[in-house]
Design a protein around this ligand. Structure first.
Ligand code: XBP
Ligand code: MG
Length: 252
């Protein structure tokens, strides 16, 4: 029976719904500023999300012929501007945390469960979200912030999860991941982790075959009940996801 010792959190789409009104808007601001005609509308961006990593996403769009060709150095410069725009959108408080996130983080932290971040996004983008949406104290409360280019292969490769666990000295057996996308689930699964998926508009129809729990939201007590889209461990009392559910998944 495995004990829950560590929770590794994905960021975009999981802690907050950052993609549509955060990252997408920031990319478009950078494109406009650079005099490019390309804009990523809501639907197009949803398709492009199959490519993880902002620089890689732009490279893919270029390869599809939808953006003018440019050297990778220029892509990286544009992406750096995109990150600045993203930081200001987050600092303006435009993107709230998803339901249940803060409740579960606080409860797990109070119980001494190790908390970490495993994300594809750029460290500066992650820092902005921690500072403005979670609170500065969380820089110390997360035992590892694994983000962006720190590993060569981004999700769906397992590298960012493997890296975080190595940094923390925890084993996959005692670690649970929280994700929102199929690329994230594939990454966590390949790292040997059990995983809770909290879907959003962009990911609700993706394939989460084998995931331990798939829900519409983590939810909060007293709010509308969440929807369980798949419940592999037959968990009960799923009005919202609690730390007891995390522990039950690990123990099963
Ligand atoms: C999601 C991503 C990121 C963001 C954009 O990361 O794939 O690329 O879309 O951020 P995750 P950057 O779900 O793993 O948090 O532009 O900084 O890459
Ligand atoms: Mg995500």
């Amino acid at each position: 029976m495995a004990e829950l010792k560590c929770i590794l959190w994905d960021v975009d789409g999981t802690l907050a719904d950052t993609e549509r009104d955060g990252h997408r808007v920031a990319f478009n601001m950078a494109f406009e500023e650079a005099g490019l005609e390309r804009r990523w509308d809501i639907e197009t961006y949803g398709e492009l999300l199959k490519v993880t990593g902002g620089k890689e996403r732009m490279q893919f769009d270029i390869e599809c012929g939808d953006m003018p060709d440019m050297p990778f150095k220029r892509i990286a410069e544009l992406h750096a501007r995109k990150t600045v725009h993203y930081q200001s959108l987050i600092a303006d408080g435009l993107i709230p945390l998803r339901s249940g996130v803060l409740r579960l983080l606080e409860e797990a932290y109070a119980e001494g469960i190790t908390l970490g971040i495993s994300t594809t996004t750029t460290p500066a983008a992650l820092d902005a979200l921690i500072e403005h949406s979670l609170g500065k104290e969380w820089f110390d409360r997360f035992a590892v912030l694994a983000a962006g280019d720190i590993v060569p292969a981004k999700k769906p490769a397992p590298d960012i999860y493997t890296y975080a666990m190595e940094e923390l000295g925890v084993s996959a057996e005692n670690t649970l991941a929280v994700e929102d996308s199929s690329n994230g689930w594939l990454s966590a699964q390949a790292a040997g982790l059990k995983c809770i998926i909290t879907v959003n508009d962009y990911t609700a129809k993706q394939d989460f075959d084998g995931a331990d729990l798939v829900v519409s939201e983590l939810g909060d007590a007293g709010c509308d009940s969440i929807q369980a889209l798949s419940n592999k461990h037959d968990l009960s009392n799923l009005e919202c996801v609690t730390l007891s559910h995390f522990k039950a998944i690990m123990a099963d």
